[in-house]
Design a protein around this ligand. Structure first.
Ligand code: 5GP
Ligand code: 5GP
Ligand code: 5GP
Length: 208
């Protein structure tokens, strides 16, 4: 059926710390364009519902089309690098994100607008700068989750979600930070619901 109704309540804008993806048992592979900057990278912009559920793979008739976002590719390589193995140029990651998540907000954002919106959000939320300003550095040290969420709340006005994974020595570490965004993918909002955090109270912020 043809529908233009929005079928989600907000977006999660999710950024990943590359050091925490790479120091796991699965390890990682740098993209073909070289080692990414030591900065948070975009993971995705995910339509979500207030009850915690989310739509996925909403439109098999809207495949990822690199030609529609050609002007964005250099910025995506810098800000949305892929770290999965084997090394790629990012296309597989971006295709997965568009098809799984982007197609679920297509009534609001076409493919170019979707990727552009994520890049704009990245510019507005400089998580590494915010954390550094609070003395929280990717130096392999341990920090309380509360100090991390507090620093981001103080700087942005909104409380983020924090997701952890574990390194090869089973240390709980800062893996992803979730910010919530309105359905136009423009403004940060208070999160209606948070992802399960899986973090210890003090977590490592590994180097990259
Ligand atoms: P994981 O199982 O690694 O936490 O998540 C696997 C994938 O499921 C993520 O990459 C993402 O595509 C999707 N996912 C996990 N949690 C959420 C969530 O809370 N909201 C949305 N929209 N997608 C999620
Ligand atoms: P999700 O389903 O969680 O949104 O996306 C995860 C998928 O994207 C996985 O299939 C994963 O292999 C792929 N992927 C490619 N590059 C990356 C990366 O740098 N980080 C993460 N988390 N997933 C990546
Ligand atoms: P997916 O099936 O979605 O590719 O990946 C499943 C899970 O494994 C996701 O949490 C994804 O981020 C992770 N993953 C996939 N490939 C790699 C990899 O090469 N290195 C690491 N560290 N994790 C990966």
């Amino acid at each position: 059926a043809v529908s233009t109704a929005r079928d989600f309540d907000f977006f999660y804008f999710v950024q990943q710390w590359p050091g925490s993806y790479c120091d796991t048992r699965r390890s990682c592979c740098y993209p073909k364009t070289g080692k990414p900057a030591a900065d948070f990278g975009i993971h995705g912009l995910w339509p979500n519902n207030k009850d915690g559920s989310y739509p996925s793979n909403c439109d098999p008739d809207s495949p990822y089309d690199r030609s529609k976002i050609r002007d964005l590719i250099p910025t995506m390589q810098a800000k949305w690098p892929t770290l999965a193995c084997p090394s790629g140029d990012g296309s597989d990651f971006w295709e997965h994100e568009w098809e799984k998540h982007g197609t679920c907000s297509e009534s609001i954002l076409d493919q170019h607008s979707y990727f552009q919106a994520a890049l704009n959000l990245k510019k507005r939320a400089d998580l590494l700068g915010i954390l550094r300003g609070a003395g929280i550095e990717p130096d392999g040290g341990f920090y309380s989750v509360d100090s991390i969420t507090g620093a981001i709340r103080d700087a942005t006005g909104f409380t983020p979600g924090v997701e952890c994974n574990v390194d090869e020595s089973s240390n709980s570490q800062l893996y992803q930070i979730y910010l919530c965004v309105d359905t136009n993918a423009r403004d940060l909002i208070e999160c209606p619901v948070y992802p399960r955090s899986k973090c210890s109270s003090r977590i490592e912020f590994p180097t990259f």
